[in-house]
Design a protein around this ligand. Structure first.
Ligand SMILES: [Zn+2]
Length: 234
């Protein structure tokens, strides 16, 4: 079996989305990539999560050709492929219809960064894509979903803001590995929920100030990050 470790990580990533309440039935999918091999492992389409085994995952190349697996890959595979090609530093992609993030996507509103929870993970508002055109929907819809996401990141660093809202659809999140991508999707849902309540309490609530935003983001992610334990520390 190809990529046994990646298969296990992708399976675990998919199950984490269920455990955290981000996924209803079979909505949602996660994949991971081996950059060395140029191969992707992705959830099969429509298989209940409780029945998923590592060998059920589908391994494809970057063009979506199945290299190993008897099941059909998730129908969103072409979106994942576009993201892997456009964002060379990512190692995993997660798509869910989690409730609060999806509500912002449906409202077609970027999620403003109202506080430090958001700033810790996302260095700015979560962008929302353009509405897809009739042609984009009628032709290669899933690939075009990827293209519309990449367009939304012109001028935005995909490593500093590892998530997006696809207009009238839902969110995609990513990260350097499967664990981080799942984590980012879970935190995205939490900040989407908090932002919703923030606006409900005060519809004129303002985004966090730049100083506090930078302080929180950079203590965790900058070149002089100091949050958590130093690498190698016990
Ligand atoms: Zn979807």
């Amino acid at each position: 079996m190809l990529l046994p470790d990646l298969r296990k990580q992708v399976l675990e990533c998919n199950l984490e989305l269920v455990r955290r309440g981000l996924v209803l039935y079979t909505f949602g999918n996660a994949s991971g990539i081996s950059r060395k091999e140029g191969l992707i492992a992705i959830k099969p389409s429509g298989v209940p999560y409780e029945k998923l085994r590592p060998e059920d995952l589908v391994v494809t190349d970057l063009e979506g050709k199945i290299v190993e697996g008897n099941l059909r890959p998730s129908s969103d595979l072409p979106t994942h492929l576009v993201l892997y090609k456009a964002f060379p530093k990512i190692g995993a992609v997660v798509h869910t219809h989690s409730e609060y993030a999806t509500a912002w996507a449906q409202a077609r509103k970027p999620i403003p960064c109202f506080g430090t929870t958001h700033a810790d993970y996302f260095h700015g508002p979560i962008p929302v894509t353009d509405v897809m055109t009739r042609e984009e929907i009628a032709s290669a819809y899933e690939k075009n979903t990827g293209d519309v996401i990449v367009r939304a990141f012109q001028g935005i660093d995909y490593s500093a803001i590892p998530a997006v809202l696809v207009a009238n659809h839902a969110s995609f999140a990513w990260g350097p590995d499967t664990e981080t991508a799942a984590h980012n999707a879970v935190v995205l849902e939490a900040v989407a929920r908090m932002a919703y309540f923030t606006v409900a309490i005060n519809e004129r609530a303002e985004a966090i100030g730049r100083d506090l935003h930078d302080r929180h983001h950079l203590r965790k992610h900058g070149s002089s990050a100091y949050y958590g334990q130093a690498k190698g520390a016990k």
